[in-house]
Write a protein that binds this ligand. Structure first.
Ligand code: NAP
Length: 325
């Protein structure tokens, strides 16, 4: 099935980057379609408190997602649900291929974000959903009065460990180094929290359980010794991987899979822009994603305006020949 409409801009992904881009493109009167496979909001939907988005001292991630989503549609952007299989370049039209339909657009903004990374250890896959989780906001409440392990030392691991202390009697952060990567303010909250313990310089080698998690095997990086550490649940926060399967054929990613853009959010392909966590960059936050989204939208707008001019000139050339008209 194919939608005959030609969009000025299709936005792949409805996280903070995509939703901001939709506000900007549709407000600039571009025919806009935003496509999302899951819940609008991206990682915000899995975040409890957001306290570094200006204007909101503290707001629940799902609440900010809902507000942004309503805002993103306010100026007339269309919204479609589904997974994008492939984005194909073309001039003047690009094609977005879904399982059951295709869309055409003059410009594309990729804002597909990133997803949690797995540890790839025995027991992880088998016990996923049975004590192994990647989302404290979704699953934390199942662990009332239980003992939990959080793996990782970044913002996500430490913030979510703090969140999990609402339910758990004890949360142990197991980190592979002797220092956290998380922001200092978040670290301090964890160090001050009586329910949080740390195991430094250890890796998790295996997750144990028969139907439900019963513990983990951890390894001391200095001595090489392994031991069993009992727990009822394991929350894994060891970083993110960019979601780029739909652009694999375009050659716009770096060796780690992130999309390479310039300061205007332009990829190396004309008419294809990219914004948010899927991009190669230093700081991945809601605020940087929204900033990227606005810049990508403006670049897409300029590109489409020039494209329309170019097309008119080409039509004139065909009609009158290229003889000084
Ligand atoms: P991250 O910053 O990449 O941290 C990943 C953590 O997992 C690091 O501590 C890393 O250890 C550890 N790790 C990686 N691979 C591992 C492995 N195989 N085994 C054991 N440990 C491993 O990822 P994140 O915490 O998910 O954050 C992603 C991005 O979102 C970051 O840019 C972060 O700042 C941002 N974020 C911001 C907020 C906020 O502002 N409130 C909240 C959440 C996330 P090393 O430290 O040794 O590398």
């Amino acid at each position: 099935m194919s939608d005959n409409k030609i969009y000025d801009c299709i936005i792949a992904g409805a996280g903070p980057a995509g939703m901001t881009a939709a506000v900007y493109t549709s407000r600039a009167k571009m025919d806009t379609l935003m496509i999302e496979k899951g819940l609008p909001g991206g990682q915000m939907t899995k975040t409890e408190d957001i306290e570094n988005y200006p204007g909101f001292e503290s707001i629940l991630g799902p609440d900010l997602s809902k507000m942004m989503f309503e805002h993103s549609k306010k100026f007339g952007a269309d919204f479609a649900r589904g997974e994008i299989k492939e984005i194909k370049d073309g001039y003047p039209l690009k094609t977005v291929i879904m399982d059951d339909r295709e869309y055409k657009a003059k410009s594309i903004i990729i804002a597909t974000g990133a997803e949690h990374r797995c540890l790839g250890i025995p027991g992880e896959k088998e016990l996923s959903g049975f004590g192994v989780s990647y989302c404290a906001v979704c699953d934390g409440a199942f662990f009332e009065d239980q003992e939990l392990v959080v793996v990782g030392g970044g913002d996500s691991a430490v913030e979510e460990a703090i969140f999990l202390t609402r339910f758990a009697t004890k949360v142990t952060i197991i980190h592979r180094r002797d220092q956290l990567r998380a922001q200092k303010i978040i670290q301090k909250r964890a160090f001050d929290n009586e329910k949080i313990d740390f195991i430094w310089n250890h890796t998790v080698e295996e997750i144990l359980g028969d139907g439900l998690v019963t513990g983990v095997i951890i390894k001391d990086k200095n001595t090489g010794e392994t031991r069993e550490f009992p727990c009822n649940g394991v929350f894994i926060y060891v970083g993110m991987d960019p979601i780029t399967n739909c652009v694999n054929g375009l050659g716009i990613t770096n060796e780690d899979g992130y999309i390479v853009v310039d300061g205007d959010m332009k990829t190396r392909i004309k008419g294809i822009f990219s914004a948010g966590d899927v991009n190669e960059k230093k700081l991945r936050q809601v605020i940087t994603a929204t900033g990227d989204g606005s810049i990508a939208a403006l670049s897409a707008q300029h590109y489409v305006e020039n494209l329309d001019e170019e097309r008119k000139e080409m039509e004139m050339e065909v009609q009158y020949g290229n003889a000084g008209y």
